[in-house]
Design a binder for this molecule. Structure first.
Ligand SMILES: Nc1nc2c(ncn2[C@@H]2O[C@H](COP(=O)(O)OP(=O)(O)OP(=O)(O)O)[C@@H](O)[C@H]2O)c(=O)[nH]1
Ligand SMILES: [Mg+2]
Length: 187
């Protein structure tokens, strides 16, 4: 980033740009959540399974996010790692009602955390325990236990219970992410 951009950022004239990777199994609600975070004029009504990935943008009070919304389908998950180098934050979405595949979500998370481009990076990870509206959804505490999140010692992380359809719980998570990225002082 050039000096002018830094100055503009400090003066609040220009929002700092952050690259975020949105990961998680297919059908967990990634695209639904990212769509909800966009301004209402840019939101779409038709959410379809993502093919490969799509690039989305949204802004908070001080940051401008570029999100790589990756497909969670098995055949596309090998694409994730190609974006790890440029990711400055991760949003990892879990379908809290998908008890059967919680173990698969954990496997994908473990593979992510042990990847050479991630393992030594102090990258913040925001977990969305999504689909809380469903009757058989596990609590965010239970999801956190099943994914063994307490074992993540070298990266800041946070988990929020969310309902992607209504947009509930998302703001708290994004506020945490913004606070964390600002504290990182990456200017
Ligand atoms: N009940 C409920 N359904 C949700 C919620 N969030 C998303 N969905 C639904 O879950 C389905 C999958 O949502 P997507 O946003 O396409 O999931 P995705 O993680 O992007 O899936 P891929 O692109 O295939 O990786 C859609 O039918 C959504 O309407 C939620 O919080 N509650
Ligand atoms: Mg999607």
């Amino acid at each position: 980033m050039g000096l002018f951009d830094k100055l503009a950022g400090w003066l609040g004239l220009k929002k700092k740009e952050v690259h975020v990777l949105c990961l998680g199994l297919d059908n967990s609600g990634k695209t639904t959540i990212i769509n909800r975070l966009k301004p209402s004029s840019a939101q779409t009504q038709d959410i379809v399974p993502t093919i490969g990935f799509s690039i989305e943008k949204f802004k908070t009070s001080s940051l401008s996010f570029t999100v790589f919304d990756m497909s969670g389908q098995g055949r596309y998950r090998n694409l994730w790692e190609h974006y790890y180098k440029e990711g400055q934050a991760i949003i990892f979405v879990i379908d809290s009602s998908d008890r059967l595949r919680m173990v698969v979500a954990k496997e994908e998370l473990d593979t992510l955390l042990s990847h050479a481009d991630i393992i030594h990076k102090r990258i913040p990870i925001l977990f969305f325990a999504n689909k809380m509206d469903l009757r058989d959804a596990l609590s965010s505490v239970k999801v956190s236990q099943l994914l063994c999140l307490e074992n993540i010692k070298d990266k800041p992380w946070h988990i929020c219970a969310t309902d992607g359809l209504k947009g509930e719980g998302l703001q708290g998570g994004v506020d945490w992410l913004q606070g964390n990225l600002q504290a990182e002082e990456m200017w």
